[in-house]
Design a protein around this ligand. Structure first.
Ligand code: SAH
Ligand code: F3S
Length: 486
């Protein structure tokens, strides 16, 4: 998942909530950091608060309540949020009635410590406690600090229709699992987001139907690890073995869910992430091959190309197994774009292990990548058992090598499109030019082209004439359509 990218839910002042709920009198300013899961959670929070007299505002100065949905994945992410809290503090000096709440992973990690450390925080709410927000706000209004960081074994917010914030009206996220049971040694997520649980397929289908009715064209199924989606009538994945035979026989795995979604909504584009190489079943690849409306794109974090590092990270696969999976993807769904996450300079990483990462990248020829220097997180297994002993300058140098290599691979992969005609879905106006559309192909490449008689949400065939490192540039060569061409 893309991390540390600031998604200010209100930057574009998306009017959905404010327009629809004119009776509401209070103003919520909500800002999201970190992964798409957080963005989606903020939409759930906005939905819960919409029932409690709140509209959203894009102006922090106007807000009665400021909420920041936080990320703990790396130290830098937490530092960014601390800086934002200082900004809120300066606004609070002008508007002392404004309340400030911290949501998400940092709230979960630091719990009530937040109230002592950051004097301006009135409210601390963990990722599973958002339904308690109205009660917690009452506490705050009565002059008491409020904290709820209880992690749940059941909560999936399946019954809450998220308010689409900052939406382009074309693509939307739909959460299918919460939490993670994998315990990668470097990762704070299992501690901040709790046990893994899957959402009822019925509520997933209903949410997608609602999006389709609202003319959305593309949905992305979201989870920390979508491959471990498992529905057998409720309960935690770890209890599956104890479930009745009937429950086991009728269990819905990710491949089933994907098949169900793709066949129920043949005119919608379906995306999903994140996949985990150790849990990705070959059946998922066959389901992708069967449905042209499932996008040809897999985000498949590997973290390292070295089996020994993978072992220290508690990733349950070897270098060779990952390569075999890549071979299968190339065979079963040719033309699929693949992206990676890499952690550089993990505990005890040797030069040879680092070279394994570089050669893995060459092998896979990744289309994109998200690369990070290892950042030790308190409480994780690595923090307890391993030493963060790769010197900073070595981490930096290795990270630069990995980034440079990815840049070369991305350039090469982008250039391959020159001369081809691709089907794209128009998401909006290009950021750089009012006269151009911004669109994406199935492989998730951004394509820009001069506007004609198309509109947002249309499909069109584009001939690619040139490219920058990450963007395809071309011209429409077909009339627009409201549904995919294939
Ligand atoms: N399962 C989620 C993982 C979320 S974390 C997903 O696949 O999206 C997103 C990425 O952050 C991870 O894949 C990993 O590459 C990186 N990451 C996680 N913990 C980290 C740490 N302690 N230091 C550096 N990068 C980390
Ligand atoms: Fe983190 Fe590994 Fe889960 S990276 S989110 S513990 S799959």
């Amino acid at each position: 998942m893309e991390t540390e990218k600031i998604i200010d839910a209100n930057k574009q002042g998306h009017p959905l909530l404010t327009d629809e709920l004119k009776g509401n009198s209070k103003k919520l300013y909500i800002e999201s950091y970190g992964c798409q899961m957080n963005m989606n959670d903020s939409e759930i929070v906005a939905s819960i608060l919409a029932e409690n007299d709140f509209n959203t505002t894009q102006y922090i100065e106007d807000a009665d309540l400021v909420l920041v949905n936080t990320c703990s994945i790396r130290d830098k992410a937490e530092q960014t949020i601390r800086k934002r809290l200082q900004k809120y503090n300066s606004v609070k000096k002008i508007n002392p009635n404004m309340k400030v709440g911290v949501l998400g992973c940092m709230a979960e990690r630091l719990k009530s410590k937040f109230l002592d450390e950051e004097k301006i925080v009135d409210l601390v709410v963990g990722p599973d406690a958002y339904k308690d927000l109205p009660n917690l706000l009452e506490e705050v209004n009565a002059g008491r600090d409020a904290v709820n960081v209880v992690l749940s074994k059941e909560e999936t917010y399946g019954d809450i229709a998220p308010v689409r914030l900052n939406s382009n009206g074309v693509s939307a996220f739909v959460s299918i699992t919460r939490g993670c049971d994998n315990m990668c040694t470097f990762c704070v997520v299992p501690f901040t987001r709790g046990r893994e649980r899957s959402r009822d397929p019925k509520s997933i289908i209903e949410e997608i139907q609602d999006l389709k009715d609202k003319n959305f064209k593309e949905i992305t199924l979201l989870g920390q690890n979508v491959d471990s989606y498992l529905w057998y009538g409720g309960g935690l994945k770890k209890d599956f073995d104890k479930a009745s035979d009937i429950a086991k026989a009728t269990a819905v795995h990710f491949s089933h869910l994907l098949d169900l979604v793709a066949s129920t909504f043949p005119t919608l584009r379906i995306r999903f992430f994140t996949n985990n190489p150790q849990d990705l079943e070959i059946e998922v690849l066959h389901v992708m091959a069967k449905h042209p409306n499932i996008c040809r794109y897999l985000h498949l974090p590997v973290q390292s190309g070295s089996t020994s590092v993978l072992e220290r990270m508690n990733r349950q696969h070897t270098r060779e197994e990952y390569m075999e999976l890549i071979d299968n993807i190339r065979k079963i769904i040719p033309g699929t774009a693949i992206s990676q996450d890499m952690i550089i300079g993990f505990c005890d990483e040797t030069e040879e292990e680092h070279k394994d990462t570089l050669s893995m990248m060459e092998y896979v020829q990744y289309d994109y990548g998200f690369m990070f220097a290892y950042s030790e997180r308190p409480g994780t297994l690595a923090a307890k058992k391993l030493e963060d002993n790769v010197p900073n300058e070595v981490k930096k140098r290795r990270l630069n090598e990995v980034i440079q290599l990815q840049r070369n691979l991305s350039n090469k992969n982008t250039e391959k499109y020159i001369g081809q005609t691709i089907e794209v879905l128009i998401e909006g106006t290009s950021k750089k030019s009012n006269e151009h559309w911004m669109s994406r192909n199935s492989q998730n490449y951004v394509a820009v082209f001069p506007k004609g008689n198309e509109k947002v949400g249309d499909y069109v065939q584009v001939r690619v004439d040139e490219c920058t490192s990450a963007t395809l540039i071309g011209e429409a060569v077909s009339a627009p359509q409201e549904t995919p061409f294939q």
